[in-house]
Design a protein around this ligand. Structure first.
Ligand SMILES: [Zn+2]
Length: 116
């Protein structure tokens, strides 16, 4: 197999595979095409933390969830990877809900009216 240097096929692939190719925050299913293209890895610990590059502290996340939060609000010391994900999740899901409201209003209002 060729050696890949990109995230999806290369360095992030073992993490994405471990997490079943699913975003740990919103559950986006990366086993489906083209969802897989939108997966990334999310470092749970801040730059400079000694465990930052430990794979246990890196999880699969879609690109939106990966970027939809402010790390500064989190406490990280002594927390497990699962606790770190659970701590971040409400912030990520709140941001997604904000974007969904905008989408429903501005991007696809007909779809909303059909569903209601
Ligand atoms: Zn996501």
């Amino acid at each position: 197999m060729p050696k890949y240097t990109d995230a999806l096929r290369g360095y992030a692939h073992p993490i994405l595979k471990r997490d079943g190719y699913k975003c740990r925050y919103c559950g986006l299913d990366g086993t489906l095409w083209p969802n897989w293209l939108f997966l990334s890895w999310d470092h749970l610990l801040p730059v400079g933390h000694p465990q930052r590059e430990n794979p246990d502290f890196i999880v699969a996340a879609c690109r939106f969830c990966n970027e939809a939060h402010n790390r500064k609000v989190y406490e990280v010391e002594g927390m497990t990877p699962e606790q770190l994900v659970e701590q971040k999740k409400p912030f990520v899901l709140a941001k997604r809900a904000e974007y969904r409201q905008f989408y429903d209003r501005e991007v696809n209002p007909e779809q909303v009216s059909k569903e209601k």
